[in-house]
Structure formats: structure tokens, C-alpha cells
Design a protein around this ligand. Structure first.
Ligand code: MN
Length: 673
């Protein structure tokens, strides 16, 4: 992030003291680790970086060196990396921001640290610049450096985490861009690399900057119930504690409360209120495994002890030990009913499994030394897939980016070949994906499959445990339609390649960067817009893709013709704009007088009864005097669904109407369309 400001005076004494303290804290973190004690090397990297950045401050006012120091601390404490990475983190902005070169770093610190710093410098401009092709190219670079040395990306994630933690100091439109980019690429990457706490924090922070009001509201609500949740935890944990002690285990019991972002995701996906989100509390049992028995057996023993105390939910047992997740995650998950009748998820893990769950890759490799090299984990396989994809890049970089993105965040399902081999696929993957996973030729000629001995089409979505036998025909070939069915990057990539060769698929994106670079840069361009009743449709247009209405968190995008388009902050189109056209974004705030109304379609579902439609219409038009311009109700087998277009003044009105409709007990769900 550009944030340089020359200091007027030289670093003063209190700055020096603060810097020294932070460095001491870093050394202390480092000494806590089992890594070899290379304090001297770390000290000289610190001294070098400090001197290189001296006299420069971050936008927040802090001396610049505080940033690399913070990144280095994240690298050691939260990711668990060693001295090479700590040094590279301390030096990560030196080449980018000062006159020193990679060669200077190499002379002083050797080729390994220098090559990591080099990798970090290459991807320093943010993954996404203003131009679509350039962003994708940068992203490719990021993956390329990652496949060479994954530490580059781990340090990059630490860098991004610190920038997100200090995002307050940045101007608003920059906050959008950085938060959007984080949500779009860094949180999924952290997830894929198994850095669960970092992924959660990145998501929460992006959400905080994209929906500041909602974030605060949820934070307050969560704060208010924390006490009672922790009390419930204590009660729930007590008998477990006794039992584990009896079994002779050293262990930790943790209460985990759902993150703000995941609560919000639940609320929007299920259209429920905060109060209706259940499973806020999860419990973790982390134990030191005994040496005389396998970790897996011990986890199941504890499971058995647990379910003697609490009844398990028959459909909610996840065994991530027999088949770990692709990011290396291992644990046994079970949902049991507490004494108060609430379902509580319990995660059972050994200390080793826990460290992998928290620190991902680094911990994973630490435990892996000594294993046979052929013992390739899902994570290794994933990294290999990236290398494969990079070696045969599709001609269109943007295309590559979007197909690759598909695979970052997906949860997995496990399916079986007829021979009983387990294959991992992202959730929602189809028969077509499975065929391509086995072999490209098999994919190209696939006509369907026998899933659990039953004939299923290409588009059939696989479920965990399915046994799949691919069926092929020589005359079969990929068509455009296949793109709708292919979920994995590999399948998408292959189908596109085939279609392109046939001339069916032309380049998906028209690039415009040649126009853009000739234009003189306009300074002082207006960076925010106030949305009023008077300037609607004159100054700005509310986009039909997401139908923003007053009260929604929105942002503006200025197109080449200087027209301003308003989207909801979390509209998928806005997500694309944030990452692809970051510099043309404006912040937008509502200031409506309440005279104007906006159309808003709502959808209702529930149990049909006589007079229900009248009751709904009465509630809306009589209590709120809201005009209704379209009504459509259907009922079948005792279930009704209805869509209405209301003319409302803003989001508050919609929420009030929802609250009122919620009192009609036959209505089971309602949502904005
Ligand atoms: Mn940095």
C-alpha cells in the first residue's frame, strides 16, 4: 500500500523506544518456537530494514518499520514459520519502497531470503490493478511464485492481514478496493492454505469495512449474549471435563462463538433474524494423544464417551480424520443435544490436528518430515494442480482467473471410483467434473455416469459417498452447455479449450486498456456521491441487478461515459467492479427526504390457509400505506408462495413489514428479490 510520508524531524526518542520494544517482542515470539535460534540473522535483517525505511511514516503516522515488524510477528506467531520467513517479512518492502535492490539483499542475506523478497516485490502492486488483464496477470504471477515457494504467499497473506488490521487510516474508496480484494482472493487463499483463524479474521475485517453499520449492530448483539453463551458452555463442558480426566487425558476445552461475518452470511442465506441463528456456540476438545494407540481410535473413544452424556444428531457426524480436507484439516465433528435442548457442535482433535487447523501449511509440513515422499496429501495435490494449470495457461488470463477462483473456496465432497479409490471434488461438482478429474479424454467423451448403479446425466451433482462409473461414447464432444455444468477449474479449462479450438468460443472479455493509458490523468475527481430524491436518474442510476433502495449499503461506479451506477456493496457485480475497476469506484451515501418511493419485490412462502392473502395485503397496505403494484400468489398441496412488488421509501420500511409479516405464523420465509 502506498503510504509514504517524509518525516519532518528525524525519528524521535519515543519512536525509537516503540520500535525497539516491538522488535524485542518479535524475538520473544521467535524464542517460543521450536525453530533453530537464529537471533543474529533476524537482528541484522531488522537493523537493515529499519535503516532502509528510516524517516518514512505510514499514513497512520507510525514509523514505517512498524509495519514489517508487525508482519514478521504474524508470520511467526500466527503462521508458525521460521527465521528465513521472518527475515523475508522484515525485508518485504525494502526493494519495493527504497533504493536497495534484490542483489543487495542477496549479498547480505543469501539467495533464499532474496528470492522470497523478490517474489513479494513482484506481486507487491496488489493482485488487482485497474485493468482486467493486468490483474489477472498479477494473479498468475502470485500463483507462480507460490508454486515456487509457498512461503511467498504465506508472507503476502500476513502482509495483507496487517494492512486490513490498520485499514482505518486509508481513504474510503481505497478501503473498498482493499476490502473487496481481500474478500475476493485473500480470504479464499488463506482458507485453501488451511489458515483458518486468519481466513475468519480477513472475512470479518472486509465485512466491517463494506457494511460498517451492520457490522456494529451485530457486534453489539453478539456482545450482549456472550455472557449467557459462555455460561452455557461451562455447564455443557463440566461433565466432559470430568470424563476426560478419568480417562487420563491432558486436554483443553475451548468455546468458539461464530464470527460476525458467518452469522451475517447465515442471516442473509436463510433470511432469518440474528435471534434465529442457532449453533452460535461450538465446543472444541483438544487433547494430547497417548502414544500407545492411534490418534483416530482415541478421537472415536472420546466421541463414544461424549455421546454417552449427550445425544448425537444422527446426520451431523463429519469424519475429517479418515479423509482429511484438501487443506489438510483433520478432526471429528459431531453435533449433540445439550441439557437445555440446544444443538451444540463439538470438534474433537488431537494437539497435532489442532495446530494444523490453526496454522495450516507450516504446521502440516512440520509434522510431515519423516513421512515417505510418495505420501502426497490433498494439499500437495492441490499445489500440484496449480502448477499444472500454470504450465498450460489458457490464452485469456481473465478467463483463467475466474475459473481458478471457482476452486478456491469450495468445500469438498468425497466420491468413489468403481474400484473404491477416493476422489476429492468441490461441493456441487457434477458427473462431468468427475470425468475430467479422472482423465481429460474421459471428460471430452463423457455422456453420463452410473451413480450408485443408477444412470445419471452429465449435470448430476455428486454427493459425498457416491460411487461413480463414467460412461463414454466416441461421438460425444463438449458443447457450450457444458460450461454450465463444469464446476472445477480443470473441467472449465478443458471445455473452453475445446470450444475455442472449434471457434465456438471467442474471447470473453474485450480489453480496453489502450484507450485508458493515453488519457491524461484527471486529478481531484469526485470520490463520493450523495444520493438524493432529486438527483436519481439524473446523476446516478440504481442498477437492476441488485435493486438498491435507501438504507442499503451501496457504492458507485463511474463508467467511461461518466455515468454513475449504484450497486449494493455485496452485489456480485460490485464485487467484480471492486477488483477489476477499483479506481473508478465512489463511495455513496443516502440522503433521501422520504418523498420518493422505490419498487422492491418481495417473496413469501409458507403454509396455505383460507384468507391468508387478504391478511398479507391488509398487513402491508393498511399498516404501512405501501402501494403494491404487482401481486402473484400460488398454492399447491397446502404450500403457498407469493411475490409482491411494493413501493417503499427505504430498507427500514421493508424490515418493518417483514417483522409484521413474521407475526403471521403460517408464513415460513420471506426475502427481498
Ligand atoms: Mn507491506
Amino acid at each position: 500500500m502506498p503510504r509514504r510520508q517524509k518525516m519532518t524531524n528525524h525519528d524521535n526518542i519515543s519512536d525509537q523506544k516503540m520500535i525497539q520494544q516491538e522488535f524485542e517482542a518479535l524475538l520473544e515470539d521467535y524464542r517460543q518456537t521450536p525453530h533453530r535460534q537464529k537471533v543474529e540473522l533476524i537482528t541484522s535483517a531488522f537493523e537493515f530494514a529499519k535503516q532502509a525505511h528510516s524517516g518514512i511514516r505510514r499514513r497512520s503516522g507510525e514509523p514505517y518499520i512498524m509495519h514489517p515488524l508487525a508482519v514478521a510477528r504474524i508470520v511467526v506467531r500466527e503462521i508458525g514459520l521460521g527465521s528465513t520467513s521472518i527475515c523475508a517479512a522484515l525485508l518485504h518492502d525494502v526493494v519495493e519502497d527504497t533504493d536497495y535492490t534484490v542483489e543487495d539483499i542477496e549479498t547480505r542475506f543469501g539467495p533464499k531470503i532474496a528470492s522470497i523478497v523478490d517474489g513479494l516485490t513482484k506481486i507487491s502492486g496488489g493482485v488487482f490493478g485497474q485493468q482486467a488483464s493486468l490483474q489477472a496477470e498479477n494473479f498468475r504471477k502470485l500463483l507462480l511464485t507460490m508454486s515456487e515457494d509457498v512461503r511467498v504467499v504465506l508472507i503476502k497473506i500476513a502482509d495483507r492481514l496487517h494492512n486490513m488490521r490498520t485499514l482505518q487510516a486509508q481513504p474510503l474508496e481505497k478501503q473498498y478496493k482493499i476490502a473487496g480484494e481481500t474478500q475476493y482472493i485473500y480470504a479464499p487463499l488463506a482458507h485453501r492454505l488451511g489458515l483458518f483463524p486468519i481466513k475468519t479474521e480477513l472475512e470479518d475485517l472486509s465485512f466491517k469495512y463494506e457494511h460498517p453499520d451492520t457490522y456494529q449492530e451485530l457486534q453489539k448483539k453478539l456482545e450482549a449474549i456472550k455472557g449467557s453463551q459462555l455460561e452455557a458452555f461451562e455447564q455443557f463442558a463440566e461433565p466432559i471435563r470430568e470424563k476426560l480426566e478419568m480417562m487420563g487425558y491432558e486436554f483443553t476445552l475451548q468455546a468458539r462463538i461464530k464470527s460476525i461475518y458467518s452469522i451475517w452470511k447465515k442471516m442473509t442465506a436463510k433470511h432469518v433474524l440474528f435471534e434465529e441463528v442457532y449453533n452460535l456456540l461450538a465446543v472444541r476438545i483438544i487433547f494430547d494423544a497417548k502414544l500407545d494407540m492411534s490418534e483416530k481410535d482415541q478421537c472415536w473413544m472420546i466421541y463414544s464417551a461424549l455421546t454417552e452424556m449427550y445425544k448425537p444428531h444422527p446426520e451431523r457426524i463429519r469424519d475429517w480424520i479418515s479423509t482429511p480436507k484438501a487443506n489438510g484439516y483433520e478432526a471429528l465433528h459431531v453435533t449433540v443435544m445439550g441439557k437445555d435442548g440446544q444443538w451444540v457442535e463439538v470438534q474433537i482433535r488431537t494437539r497435532r490436528m489442532h495446530e494444523i487447523a490453526e496454522k495450516g501449511l507450516a504446521a502440516h509440513w512440520k509434522y510431515k518430515t519423516g513421512m515417505a515422499m510418495e505420501d502426497e496429501t490433498e494439499l500437495d495435490k492441490w499445489l500440484r494442480t496449480i502448477r499444472d494449470l500454470l504450465q498450460n495457461p489458457s490464452p485469456n488470463a481473465v478467463d483463467f482467473l475466474s475459473t481458478f477462483k471457482l476452486n478456491l473456496f469450495a468445500e469438498e465432497v468425497f466420491v468413489f471410483t468403481p474400484q473404491g479409490d477416493i476422489k476429492t471434488l468441490p461441493q456441487n461438482a457434477t458427473v462431468l467434473d468427475f470425468a475430467y478429474l479422472l482423465h481429460s479424454e474421459l471428460g471430452d467423451h463423457c455422456i453420463g455416469a452410473k451413480v450408485n448403479h443408477k444412470l445419471q446425466p452429465l449435470s448430476y451433482q455428486l454427493k459425498g459417498g457416491d460411487q461413480v462409473e463414467v460412461l463414454t461414447s466416441h461421438t460425444q464432444h463438449p458443447t457450450m452447455q457444458w460450461l454450465d455444468w463444469a464446476v472445477t477449474a480443470k473441467a472449465q479449462d478443458r471445455v473452453k479449450k475445446y470450444l475455442r479450438k472449434q471457434g465456438v468460443l471467442s474471447e470473453l472479455f474485450v480489453e480496453q486498456q489502450m484507450a485508458e493509458s493515453d488519457q491524461p490523468k484527471e486529478k481531484n475527481k469526485q470520490k463520493s456521491i450523495i444520493l438524493t430524491d432529486d438527483n436519481i436518474n439524473i446523476l446516478y442510476k440504481l442498477e437492476p441487478c441488485c435493486h438498491p433502495i435507501p438504507g442499503d449499503d451501496v457504492l458507485g461506479y463511474r463508467d467511461e461515459q461518466q455515468h454513475i451506477h449504484i450497486h449494493k456493496v455485496d452485489c456480485p457485480e460490485a464485487a467484480r467492479l471492486k477488483t477489476h475497476r477499483g479506481k473508478s469506484l465512489l463511495s455513496a451515501t443516502w440522503d433521501t427526504t422520504g418523498a420518493h418511493t422505490y419498487p422492491q419485490a418481495i417473496h413469501l412462502e409458507g403454509i396455505d390457509k383460507v384468507g391468508l392473502v387478504i391478511q398479507v395485503l391488509y398487513t402491508i397496505s393498511e399498516n404501512y400505506h405501501v402501494n403494491i403494484s404487482e401481486i402473484e400468489f400460488k398454492a399447491k398441496d397446502g404450500i403457498f408462495s407469493g411475490t409482491l412488488v411494493l413501493h417503499v421509501h427505504g430498507i427500514n420500511e421493508v424490515n418493518n413489514i417483514f417483522r409484521e409479516l413474521n407475526k403471521i405464523k403460517e408464513i415460513k420465509s420471506f426475502s427481498r428479490v
